[in-house]
Design a protein around this ligand. Structure first.
Ligand code: E4P
Length: 230
């Protein structure tokens, strides 16, 4: 499963991209509305940082407006994927945009039927929102499982993108159930790093090594003898 970052913050993308594990990013109107600066500039900077697909969302309600906005957003950067909210109008816009060669991330997908329609319209990604399902006491893992199981036998190329990730367990569930992508907030990425045994283990290795000062010196010298890296 590939990792996208779910954010409108360039600083967060910079932080997590430095880990070397990001394949893309997703924004949405709510995330961008929280940020200072021009949306075009933010989207382009995120595209440059992740070097992969970055979803930018249309806000029109009708298909023609969505297509116009989607085409304009896609011109911002080669990595832009047009994000289209699920609806009958969204399906028509997705069909049109994908037939024009643009990639579409259909968002706000909450059921297997919606995912089937999304795939039929030619979307590259179907974004299933886990956290928002859990918020209304619908088991998000059951829905994601059904979506993956429903799309696969048809041989669709539409990728299941787990969104609205609220905690690290959502990430593991999405991977286990066969989602191709999870889009994850920076906070959850940071939580994914943590394990008390890792912290303890690192501290113990360091303390044991430093209990032998000659080893510390040996390693320092070994490093200093290396040719400068390009
Ligand atoms: C997906 O692309 C959305 O931006 C996002 O995951 C929504 O998450 P939320 O439910 O935490 O707002």
């Amino acid at each position: 499963m590939r990792f996208f970052i779910d954010t409108g913050s360039v600083a967060e993308v910079e932080e997590i991209a430095a880990w070397g594990i990001l394949s893309g990013a997703t924004t949405n109107p709510s995330l961008l509305a929280k940020e200072d600066g021009e949306p075009a500039d933010i989207i382009r900077r995120i595209c440059d940082l992740v070097g992969g697909p970055v979803s930018a969302e249309v806000v029109s309600d009708d298909a023609a407006g969505m297509v116009e906005e989607g085409r304009a957003l896609a011109k911002l950067h080669e990595h832009v994927v047009v994000k289209v909210p699920f609806s009958n109008e969204g399906l028509a816009a997705t069909k049109e945009l994908s037939s024009q060669g643009l990639r579409v991330n259909m968002t706000l997908v909450f059921s297997a039927n919606q995912a089937l329609l999304t795939a039929q319209a030619g979307a590259t990604y179907a974004s299933c929102f886990m956290g928002r399902l859990d918020d209304i006491s619908i088991d998000s893992s059951a829905v994601v499982e059904e979506i993956v199981a429903t799309l696969r036998p048809g041989g669709t190329t539409t990728q299941v993108l787990a969104a609205s990730i609220r905690h690290p367990e959502h990430v593991v569930t999405a991977a286990r159930l066969g989602c191709e992508v999870a889009t994850i907030p920076a906070k959850v990425f940071r939580q994914m790093l943590a394990h008390p045994l890792t912290e303890q283990g690192r501290e113990r290795f360091k303390a044991d090594w430093e209990s032998r000062p000659e080893f510390v010196e040996w390693l320092r010298e070994l490093v200093s003898k290396q040719p400068a890296s390009a």
